[in-house]
Design a protein around this ligand. Structure first.
Ligand SMILES: [Zn+2]
Ligand SMILES: [Zn+2]
Length: 105
């Protein structure tokens, strides 16, 4: 068994929203930021504790997948979105990325 389900409430380090964990998502449903706490998904063994910034949204088999990048160590992580997540924020991330692509920066 490689995934240990951990149910925990947490306060977002970015926007201060109190999130009620469901054991599968560990990012803020409002601003989609997360925290670098896992080495393997669910283990909470990472020492980094950096802020995980949402940098991309991809669609896999009809589901949105968030890509987070740690602001401290630069590691990238993919994470399923939940129905609680703010779609407007996801759209903004995709639009920002598309704009960057078009302007070459
Ligand atoms: Zn937040
Ligand atoms: Zn990190």
């Amino acid at each position: 068994m490689s995934f240990r389900r951990t149910v925990e409430d947490f306060t977002c380090q970015n926007c201060g929203t109190l999130n009620h964990g469901d054991g599968y998502t560990n990012h803020c449903s409002r601003c989609l930021h997360s925290k670098h706490v896992d080495v393997a998904p669910g283990d909470r063994d990472a020492q980094c504790q950096g802020l995980m910034v949402p940098v991309d949204v991809q669609v896999e088999r009809g589901r949105r997948v968030l890509v987070h990048r740690c602001a401290r160590c630069g590691v990238e992580r993919r994470c399923r979105t939940s129905d609680e997540d703010d779609v407007a924020v996801m759209n903004e991330i995709m639009r920002t990325k598309a704009t960057r692509f078009m302007t070459g920066g």
